[in-house]
Design a protein around this ligand. Sequence first.
Ligand SMILES: Nc1nc2c(ncn2[C@@H]2O[C@H](COP(=O)(O)OP(=O)(O)OP(=O)(O)O)[C@@H](O)[C@H]2O)c(=O)[nH]1
Ligand SMILES: [Mg+2]
Length: 362
Amino acid sequence: MSDFQKQIEDIEKEIRETPYHKGTERHIGILRARLSRLKDKVLDSQVRAKGGGGRVGYSVKHQGDATIVLVGPPSVGKSTLLNALTNAQSKVAPYSFTTVSVIPGMMNFRNAKIQILDVPGLIEGAEVGRGRGKEVLSVVRGCDLLVIITEVGKENAIERIKNALEKNGIRIDKKKPDIKIDKKLQGGLEIHSNIRQSIDKETVKEIVMEMGIKNADVTIKEKITMENLFDSLSRNRVYIPSISVINKSDLSVDKPNTDHLSLDTIFISAETGLNLDKLRGLIWQKLNFITVYLVKDNEEPNTNNPYVAKHGTKLLEILGSLGSNFSENKTYARVWGSGARFPGQEVSLSAYAVDGMQIRFI
Ligand SMILES: Nc1nc2c(ncn2[C@@H]2O[C@H](COP(=O)(O)OP(=O)(O)OP(=O)(O)O)[C@@H](O)[C@H]2O)c(=O)[nH]1
Ligand SMILES: [Mg+2]
């Protein structure tokens, strides 16, 4: 057992054995901070070891407008789904561990190129330590959207995978906590918050200190938990949106029970094509993509020149990406369709692009 592992177990034991009440709250907070920092160190060394370079087949170059990873238990149909959505031909077989490296495919959808990565199945329980778990996690850390996939009758796998990812610093469908940490050279720690917090300032201070920061202004802009605090003090957290997919729905006789599943869960059949259109649409939505149409100077408004952007992109950013030939001397825009109050409305370049908008830069 590594030195870190021993320390981790000792602290976990102490936390278990300390009764939780007002008087021990701070002490437990500090212990949890120490624990979080130790786990971070272990994670850091793994992330470094597996990130980039790594084993052949695991460092796939990102291509296209976004990258999605398909994760799930063995044999639930990940490769079948990749083949159905993209031009790839990942091997499909009726036994587990058919896929042993990363197989990329490209999905062309609404003028965007979306890269989809098929990875080896994650083993039950020990998703992380055994099999190819660690390599898979390093691929997941770098993606824009996670598709968690399982098959009918194994719906619980989704929660288990989410938990395993959480344990590895991957935050699924969560927002980065709104905590700003400005390090200083001296002056100690100052904690600022206009919101009533359930953790008192002194505890926050000691936790920050325990995580290795002695001088800083810490501004907390939302109601936080201790977990939020550890997350924002850690270097290796990533925040990734997800979609949950239950495959092989063609096999289920009864209408599946969806009560306990979230809205972002979708039943599909990669083999028959059931709901694949819906899945493509959901992927698009979750990636926050929009399509706008660029209209040339001498043209009537049209949809001949689609341009893919992210929700929240300003016209100025689109113009900037078009090259100086096109963007020179342009100072405002006329817009038609979605987002235009009337056809040909004049808007400033600081306006936001809207899905479906037709834009002529003037
Ligand atoms: N009935 C049915 N079978 C499917 C469906 N999708 C995949 N399968 C079958 O399930 C088996 C496993 O499919 P794969 O695509 O190889 O599964 P995988 O998740 O990539 O498996 P590993 O790479 O081993 O982790 C194959 O026999 C497929 O034909 C589906 O929608 N319906
Ligand atoms: Mg496979």
